[in-house]
Design a protein around this ligand. Sequence first.
Ligand SMILES: Cc1ncc(COP(=O)(O)O)c(C=O)c1O
Length: 360
Amino acid sequence: MRHAVIRIRKSALQHNLQRVRHLAPNSKVISMVKANAYGIGVQHAVEAFSNTDAFGVASLAEALEIRTLGNDKPITLIEGVFEAEEMSIAIQQKFECVIHHQQQLDWLLEHKDNYKNAGLKVWVKLNSGMNRLGFKADQIIEVIQHLKNEGFHCVLAMHFANADVPDHPMNQAQIDQLLSIKQACEPIEVSCCNSAAIFNWADLHFDYVRPGIMLYGASPFFDRTASSLGLEVVMQFEAQIIAINPIKIGEHVGYGSSFTSERDITIAVVSIGYGDGYPRSLFAQNFVAIAGQKVPVVGRVSMDMITVDVSSIENQVKLGDIVELWGDTQSIDEVAQCNQSIGYELLCRLTKRPEVIVED
Ligand SMILES: Cc1ncc(COP(=O)(O)O)c(C=O)c1O
């Protein structure tokens, strides 16, 4: 059988959630499981996060999938509903909605009694400079006051544009706006922290924190490793050596014959490719780990295979050996950086082809 395997460690997911609890002991935790739980599989995430307070997803379909798994924890739709018809399903299933524009507010008010009777809170989104979703500072106070007068329980929600760069000047501007609106709307619950913000600002954890990437064992920061942040590796992505070829000086390897050997080398062909979600960047110098040692990928990444120069460890490799694409030896963040990408994207780009093995 072709060996392309994603190992998911439940204990690491649980550890990383505990890390959030340790950092934000007085806040409720909304574990972000959108995009199939950042590519690791929503079922595995939901099972491992049995201790979370709630889940956060990007769409009604993602929320319904969690209910289909038999899970009845609170769920927040972080972009709210996308059309009027979704509001009644959201209420029936007890999904809390973000409201980020006037039309969503109108849809909510059309269902106001059912929404309130279901005991659901309304998440009112502030656009404090990210300029994607939300009401601007000069509108939101009126929106919140109106909702409160109608008897809604509101949560003031905000998202940082630069939480991964703690000293970015935009952060303070966003914080100032949030705090002044919070003050104008007291009493009100507040939520503004994603993973990076949870690490940066203990004084901004407020009522709910919304961790995503840190739960999955990757770093939200470019210059801080996941292990230095106390996170455990969740995913071990591996394949196998399926051929070993001697390559003479001047010979080429792979599509486009783009790699030309400058000396006699040994190439291992490995059972992974972009068809599995391994990144294909023409300019990246990728590495893989074999027997705990990093060796370079040479030639182009194909759909099903990559080719690796194992000359430095040729006496230690044989057909069938396991190759780590990312995991314990080489973090997903290192691979992402080699590919001018981020751990988030590599996780979300994984395809359905690799076998997924969930380990305790
Ligand atoms: C509104 C919101 N909150 C929280 C998160 C989680 O962010 P992170 O994965 O950086 O922790 C996201 C992710 O995109 C988000 O959109």
